[in-house]
Design a protein around this ligand. Structure first.
Ligand code: PXG
Length: 301
């Protein structure tokens, strides 16, 4: 696929935000979608959030594998093969002057009629946004986040599976709003059975005695690309890893708790539901894994 240039995107201009929509490039102001797109009308679609470090996309293939799996699960045919999607994402990044970037890749059911019947949407929409993201102020990476357990659980795994990275984030947004209303930085969500699931857009780890514990994806959480990278790094560093269901007690009594995600990277939890976790600042294992993660992303593998 050779996407055509559009809307003043000349090769020499210092572009920052770049948006590719169904074959055309736009800047932030001209990047618009139809109000009849079912991604907008019904949240009918899937997405990925991908980071680039020094101009290199971090684990693009893993993100694309998950995107195509999410699409399969919602019975959506992505209108271009995975290698072409990879080339398009690389090209969109190259169009931006950003070297450290955050990319949002979205595939929706496409433009249709009112009425949720997806047969009225002949062509899925594909969108790739190249921009930046910052979830927390820099000092939170030193001090850790204050966190609350939200009353809103994640979706049931047999309803809208949390393993699908879909455009339906309402339960996570409602949980996030509970945290905002309570004046904390972040929330932890439980699953329908009361086990600890994940944060509003991050996976979670508890650390005690050099062993990391984290919920397994099959119980119904998103299998994070950052989570997998941390598990690999922890193996290399000879930490124990246990993927097992956790409850709040396990977090309250852990020496360290940290969260992982593409946008947030690795950030520790200093307080959960009023209890200080460990020393109350980023602990030694979290710091060690953060250092290793920085080295990994700068190596780019
Ligand atoms: N759980 C959920 C529900 C997520 O949405 C993660 C875990 C972490 O997965 P990765 O693959 O990123 O390690 C996510 C990812 C945002 C934002 O805009 C959210 C995510 C990723 C990027 C940006 O808040 N969520």
């Amino acid at each position: 696929m050779a996407p055509e240039a559009d809307s003043g995107a000349t090769s020499w201009s210092p572009l920052v935000t770049v948006v590719w929509i169904d074959g055309k490039y736009h800047d932030r102001d001209t990047a618009v979608l139809s109000v009849f797109d079912h991604g907008f009308l019904y949240g009918d679609g899937v997405f990925e959030g991908i980071r680039a470090y020094s101009g290199r996309l971090f684990r693009l293939d893993r993100h694309l594998d998950r995107l195509y799996a999410s699409a399969k699960a919602i019975w959506l045919d992505v209108p271009l093969p995975q290698p072409e999607m990879a080339a398009l994402v690389e090209e969109a990044l190259g169009r931006s002057s950003l070297k450290d970037a955050y990319l949002r890749l979205v595939v929706t059911r496409g433009v249709g009629d009112l009425g949720l019947d997806p047969r009225k949407c002949p062509k899925p929409s594909v969108i790739c946004i190249v921009d930046t993201i910052r979830l927390y102020p820099a000092d939170r990476y030193e001090k850790g986040l204050t966190v609350l357990t939200a009353a809103t659980p994640i979706n049931h795994r047999e309803s809208l599976s949390p393993r699908i990275k879909s455009l339906n984030y309402l339960s996570h947004i409602l949980a996030k709003m509970e945290g905002i209303a309570a004046g904390v930085d972040e929330v932890i969500m439980l699953d329908a059975g009361g086990y600890v699931a994940e944060a509003s857009g991050m996976n979670l780890f508890a650390v005690s005695d050099r062993t990391l514990r984290t919920p397994p994806p099959y119980t119904g959480i998103l299998r994070g690309v950052t989570r997998d990278a941390i598990i690999e790094l922890a193996h290399e560093a000879n930490y124990g890893i246990e993927e097992q269901p956790l409850n709040r007690y396990d977090l309250y009594t852990a020496q360290e708790v940290f969260l992982t995600g593409t946008a947030a990277e690795i950030v520790s939890v200093s307080k959960l539901d009023g209890r200080s976790i460990g020393s109350g600042t980023a602990g030694p294992v979290t710091r060690d894994l953060s250092r290793r993660f920085r080295a990994l992303v700068s190596r780019g593998d």
